[in-house]
Design a protein around this ligand. Sequence first.
Ligand code: ADP
Ligand code: MG
Length: 705
Amino acid sequence: MPEYILEALFTPKAVAVVGASASPGKVGHSVVSNLVEAGYQGEIFPVNPKGGEVLGIPVVQSIADLPSPLDLAVICIPPRIVLDAVRQLAERGVRAVIVITAGFKETGREGYYLEQELTSIARTHGIALLGPNCLGLNNTACGMNATFAAGQPQSGNIAFFSQSGALCTAILDWALGENIGFSKFISLGNKAVLDESDMLEYLHDDAKTSVILGYMESVDDGARFMQVARKVSAEKPVIVIKSGTTAAGAKAASSHTGAMAGSDQAYSAAFGQAGIMRAPDVATLFNLAQAFSMQPLPKGPNLAIITNSGGPGIMAADVCEKSNLLMSPLSASTVEALGEFLPPFASLYNPVDIIGDADAARYRQTLEAVTRDDLVHAILVLLTPTASAQITETAKAIAEVAAKTEKPVFACFMGQQRIRPGREILLSAGVPCYGFPEPAISSLEAMYRHHIWKNRPEAVSVSRMRDRARAEAVLAKARRSGCVEIVEFQAQELLKAYGLPLPRTELARTSDEAVAAAESMGYPVVVKIASPQISHKSDVNGVRVGLKDAGAVRAAFMDVTSRAQRLRKDAFISGCLVQEMAPGGAKEVIVGFKRDPQFGALLMFGLGGIYVEVLRDIAFRLAPLTVGDAHAMIRDIRSYPLLRGVRGEPPVNFKAIEDILLTMSQLAVDFPDIYEAEFNPVLVDHDGAIVADVRVTLCTYDEGS
Ligand code: ADP
Ligand code: MG
């Protein structure tokens, strides 16, 4: 969408309100009165066949009488006449349209077709269309409040876009109560034409916006969203609530990866990889909005805490210890400086306890000294309303010192009634003030993480050596035979084509062949059932490990094949795989991917074995993986210390796992035809890793591809 069109939407020179009404309470009245009240300086044209006046502005009786060209029309008329109005507006050369009217896609089949028609008219005429079914749009920079929301938000540096109109009204009300102002306020509605990616693109270049908030339920074009989001979040923090997360669709999955890689994981991975922060709830969204919109990012993890009471100071230090931040050391000169003016019982070390009788001057002096310390990257000032606390003066002192430093300064005034005036002073001076240490510290932590993200090393991509044609042949063969699943014994070729490390494996059709294979690879070996219909071999007790001699191999072969035939009458038994046994002590990990409809291949890494789904200790990233992604995935899981080795164990070979992850990513990118693939287990020890089992599922038609 070219930008001049969005200019017509955000900064129109004139606005027509189609369906304007003289009766207060009607949507068509609220839009006009909001424009007037917000002080919109452009021309307003209320349109209504009844004529007359709305708030003293003469009504235009027909769209045909509007000036042409026209920047923006806001539509609040019944759904069945919306299409005609938009067609007429298109003829008048209107550049942007906001359709507030509901009754489209959200109402069912008929509305769905109506909306498709609306989209097509807008696209044909290059109209930037917002909605339908939305609250409207407010650009506080020019008083362009084209919404029907109650109340005028203050102007500020936060932009907000939302897929839910109702949430918009709640956020507006919250903002009024918190002294928070907005640069832009956008209700996306059904996203018939313009969506969150268009808004991000516009807000990226909007000088009035320094923080972007969003509420999202879905993304339609995942690839574009990722690309735009990555660009924008390199410049401005983007904080999003994503709802509508369900586990539906995961039930029928045939693998561990399938069962765990749901759309919520894909969204989280997408946000993470694009640098978007995901707020779990509205409270966190607000906390982060305050932090990011008011203070600079910390340049390091060291947090200093100043407090007038011991307990809350220790609580805050505890929260800090559990976060990615560190309790900052203080340099000797700072400690010395503090010692000169703080009373004898004060603590000169972090948390700096300036004790219960601290007045505003003591707060100021301490904050100045601590802020000057080069070891300190961020400061949190705690205040409990003791009898001698000078709440408003302290707030002013903090605000003044904060204004003079490049480091983020946060306040935590604990309480409600008595601290309120102090809190208001801080907020209007641009110092975030929280009621408890937790939100203050977790917001700072998010800012630090964002700082790291912005300064991350250049991504390194790799292209794996591979024989695509050889792999392609395996997939084609499966397709020809009508198979959707490719099981371990069939997938060996595919893995070899991608140079993956495999245990020596041979397919034996008879027990004699099995013994011969075992003799040639050396004991111990593993025997596994080989049948195209049996993908979970252990389910039929079809895997025998640690076989030490010919007798054991022969017995295992007979037992495994006859049992499989008995349990799975439908299955064609090809024989058994005889496989080299991984060295004792190797750890089982799982590497897999599943194709997400919005974002493409979602890769998964975790500890393998049968408890994967119970422990859910897994990391997700979208393909293609960079070297950094592969590195980070392994370190993201809680059990990472297990892989590093406990009680004198040597660490596993991380490089070998990273290689397998990157190869899996390559496979996912090379073959969109693969819906799901899983190596479970990959057996890894200090020396290296081997892929000891694999399962590949091809796309079927109803899954799309
Ligand atoms: P399934 O189809 O049941 O997943 P696997 O091939 O994964 O069958 O084997 C089941 C388990 O047997 C693995 O999780 C692993 O613990 C063990 N196993 C399989 N192959 C080997 C091997 N080559 N070396 C050591 N252990 C193995
Ligand atoms: Mg397995």
